[in-house]
Design a protein around this ligand. Structure first.
Ligand code: NAD
Length: 314
């Protein structure tokens, strides 16, 4: 049985904790948050308000980092240096140099590290990547991706609205779509972007050009109660794949329409995240890598560096 610890019991931990609890091979034994009240709704786990104490007292096989962005790299290195495998929420950092620092720490102790870039584990996004790779519907001609919502108000200490701590819309939101693009299609050849950035809102429109096709993207924190939604539309020579309202539909040239019910429209928690199993998938994948002692290389350091570099130019 692998012993798991999780640090940062805020919004996104609500998607991680049930995934750890549901697996037979793992026991989420310890939680850590500087706000003790955050841990009360999870009985039967040891609770810490001091991360160092958790590391000292627990013999963890895996640490799950769900902390605010600016703490990810330092906390990851601390655990990796103690020989603990680490899965960490996105982004790894706002600084490109941290990628080598964190992966270097993992290598030194022969343990595994992975950033939980969740779209790589999201069935509908993964399907698009597979269609592209297989050439089933011919060449990809164009794509559009969007991730729109309102200014987040739930974060601890308002860290998300502080550019130095969160990186705002590029690093908090748009990173999901850009990471998927780099994962599925490689580094874009060219990026052109427009941004409406004010203290109350942040909106990005970016076009990424790849060899032979382009993808337009948009991401927002609107200063209005616009409901969160994410989706895409990829146009291939012989089909269109559209992910709208939490549902992926493939429209084939021959008139056939394939409705894919992989993701339900259910919602959960304050962030209104769809309850597909992508969070469980990423946690399952990393756990399997640890159990089988295989490299956790679905997320590659050089891809993370490319994404950070591009995000800084938005
Ligand atoms: N993959 C996704 O879909 C997704 C969605 C939302 C957030 N995220 C990422 O998850 C991370 C956390 O975001 P969130 O929305 O859960 O934030 P949050 O503010 O809701 O939660 C962060 C928690 O960390 C705790 N904390 C702060 N400093 C600490 C410390 N030194 N030691 C222990 N605990 C500490 C806070 O008390 C808080 O409970 C961010 O990096 C964000 O980018 C990912």
């Amino acid at each position: 049985m692998l012993k798991i610890g999780l640090v940062g019991v805020g919004g996104i931990s609500g998607a991680h904790i049930p995934a750890w609890d549901a697996m037979e091979e793992t026991e989420l034994t310890a939680l850590c948050d500087i706000r003790p009240g955050q841990m009360e709704k999870y009985p039967g786990k040891r609770r810490y308000t001091d991360f160092d104490k958790m590391l000292e007292n627990e013999e963890l096989d895996i640490l799950d980092i769900c902390l605010p962005t600016y703490l990810h790299a330092d906390f990851a290195v601390k655990a990796l240096e103690r020989g603990i495998n680490v899965i960490c929420e996105k982004p790894i950092s706002l600084n490109e140099e941290d990628v080598a620092r964190v992966y270097g720490a993992a290598e030194k102790r022969h343990v595994k590290f992975m950033v939980a870039q969740v779209l790589r584990f999201w069935p509908e996004y993964e399907l698009v990547r597979r269609i592209y790779e297989s050439g089933k519907y011919g060449a990809l001609l164009s794509g559009s991706m969007s991730r729109l919502g309102c200014r987040p108000k739930w974060s601890w200490d308002g860290w998300m609205l502080d550019e130095k701590r969160s990186g705002l819309v590029p690093f908090d939101l748009h990173i999901h779509d850009l990471d998927f693009l780099v994962y599925a299609f490689g580094a874009p050849k060219k990026a052109t972007s427009f941004r409406a950035k004010r203290p109350e809102q942040d909106y990005i429109n970016a076009v990424y050009e790849f060899g032979g096709f382009f993808v337009t993207t948009q991401a927002s924190w609107f200063a209005a109660p616009y409901p969160f939604g994410a989706g895409f539309l990829f146009q291939f020579e012989k089909a269109v794949a559209a992910y709208e309202g939490g549902k992926l539909t493939v429209y084939e040239q021959n008139g056939k329409v394939i409705e894919n019910a992989a993701a339900g429209p259910e919602k959960s928690g304050v962030i209104n995240l769809p309850t597909t199993n992508a969070y469980a998938n990423e946690i399952r994948y990393f756990t399997d890598c640890v159990l089988r002692d295989e490299p956790a290389d679905k997320v590659k350091p050089e891809q993370l560096e490319t994404v950070i570099r591009l995000l800084h130019r938005l």
